[in-house]
Write a protein that binds this ligand. Structure first.
Ligand code: CA2
Length: 144
């Protein structure tokens, strides 16, 4: 099984500012954590982080026929992007939406998620562990 882990804008800045919301660990720490979990789940994993909406759309499209699952934290594009929603719908790959914080308990504008309707599940407010939960959900889904 192959899982693509996508992170959106500013996730590369994790650990640098706003530790009270996102924790003090970095993007590199996140990648390490997921790699370890992927090993124990026996899945192959690819990481992609971009600050550019179109680049994320391109990455989702190239996953078609190559990946069995997508874990995506679209970051701010969660709340703005119909293009990401359409891309996930277009490829039809089981996708789990992840958020480190719980956007539903923050600013009003963070309560909207466009991508959510194309996702098999949403994991939010669980810190980095949310990505692990998402991987487990996808591996389970794949066995059914
Ligand atoms: O909680 C999440 O994972 C979010 O997707 C993170 C996004 C935010 O726009 C979403 O509403 C919820 C922000 C990504 C990281 O932003 C940083 C801001 C300051 C310092 C470091 C990262």
């Amino acid at each position: 099984m192959k899982i693509l882990v996508i992170n959106g804008p500013n996730i590369n800045m994790l650990g640098i500012r706003e530790p009270e919301i996102y924790g003090s660990k970095t993007y590199a720490d996140l990648v390490e954590l997921i790699k370890k979990e992927a090993e124990s789940l026996g899945v192959e994993v690819k990481f992609f982080q971009s600050n550019h909406e179109g680049a994320i759309v391109d990455e989702i499209q190239q996953a078609y026929g190559k990946f069995d699952g997508i874990v995506i934290n679209p970051a701010a594009y969660t709340h703005t992007s119909v293009a990401l929603l359409d891309a996930v719908k277009a490829v039809g790959i089981p996708t789990v939406e992840v958020h480190i914080s719980d956007p539903d308990t923050r600013d009003e504008f963070r309560k909207i998620s466009y991508i959510r309707q194309a996702c098999v599940a949403t994991v939010k407010g669980k810190g980095f562990d949310g990505y692990i939960e998402a991987m487990k959900l996808l591996t389970k889904n794949n066995k059914i």
